[in-house]
Design a protein around this ligand. Structure first.
Ligand code: NAD
Length: 295
């Protein structure tokens, strides 16, 4: 299963290293932008309020955009900002030809409605891939942006040689942010897996997963996926994040599963960094779609 120089866990599984792959992706984008003569490629980020994790996510996204040779523009509004003020900020970015990607950090503070804000982002600039038009394009198989977290999962599998064609996959969690687009990506032509969408009412999750060659866990319940969920040799990708007294925990009990799995993501250091890497990939593609790249 493993492709090229991958690290292994103590139990022998391929470690799908998201930090490493994100760095490779950012370096590749930097070279591509340099080869094109350093055209202006701009990612605009919008942060409303003072949520600490959101501030850290935005800082990391801006830093990686600059490392990739892009321009990072940032708009910050206080927690007391009105719906109209947030919408005006996004409308300005949507109409600005110097801005190629727009990312509105979610969740917005209580009292603000994200849907009308996201609706203002044109599909070409929707680098988070979360608007209804981007989701529609994904379903219809049209050129558009794919949500960054499920795209990152796909990139990890490609990079680390996980076979998908004809394989059974179980995605746990059915959100529009992760689970639902993940199922679409796994099932589409070219990937050709057979995905099952599991959720809190799916019954015997362990039995469902034990039948799978690929497990993607996107729930937010620490340690949900235990050894009895995993078929020997399966690829296990952990998206869930729980902040506990012991630090960040994934949905997968890594220590129990790594000696059974054929490939596994660490948490942290797996799908999280790849979410940012894919945001950079989408921003580069946004500039291409908007005709901002030469050639
Ligand atoms: P969500 O709360 O919208 O969805 C969670 C899903 O899990 C729901 O569909 C629900 O049906 C399902 N679920 C809940 N309890 C379950 C159980 N006991 N068994 C089976 N299914 C259950 O969350 P989300 O936005 O999809 O995020 C999921 C997790 O992924 C969260 O922990 C979030 O923090 C994390 N996340 C990580 C990244 C990343 O880059 N790694 C990105 C986005 C979200």
């Amino acid at each position: 299963m493993a492709e090229l120089d991958a690290e292994r866990t103590p139990g022998g599984a391929v470690l799908m290293d998201g930090n490493r792959l994100r760095d490779e992706l950012v370096a590749e984008l930097r070279h591509r932008i340099a080869d094109l003569g350093n055209p202006h490629v701009c990612l605009a980020t919008v942060l409303v309020g003072d949520d600490k994790p959101s501030q850290i996510y935005i800082r990391n996204k801006r830093k990686k955009a600059e490392e990739a040779g892009m321009v990072s523009r940032h708009v910050e509004l206080g927690a007391e900002a009105s719906q109209a003020e947030v919408e005006e900020a996004v409308r300005d970015l949507a109409g600005d030809p110097d801005v190629h990607g727009i990312l509105v950090q979610l969740p917005l503070p209580d009292g603000l409605d994200a849907e009308p804000v996201l609706d203002l982002i044109p599909p070409e600039k929707d680098v988070d891939g979360l608007t209804e038009r981007s989701m529609g394009r994904l379903v219809r198989g049209r050129d558009g942006h794919v949500p960054c977290t499920p795209l990152g999962v796909m990139r990890l599998m490609e990079r680390y040689g996980v076979e998908t064609s004809g394989k059974k996959a179980v995605v746990i969690g059915r959100s529009t942010l992760v689970g639902l687009p993940q199922v679409l990506l796994l099932g589409r032509k070219g990937c050709d897996a057979t995905p099952v969408l599991a959720h809190s009412r799916s019954g015997d999750l362990a039995a469902l997963c034990r039948d799978a060659d690929i497990i993607v866990a996107a729930v937010g319940v620490a340690g949900l996926v235990t050894a009895d969920f995993v078929k020997p040799g399966a690829a296990v990708l952990d998206v869930g994040i729980s902040r506990t007294a012991d630090g960040i925990q994934g949905d997968v009990d890594f220590d129990a599963v790594e000696s059974i799995a054929g490939a596994i993501t660490p948490m942290p250091g797996g799908t999280g960094p790849m979410t940012i890497g894919c945001l950079m990939e989408n921003t580069f593609n946004a500039a291409r779609m908007l005709g901002a790249l030469p050639g």
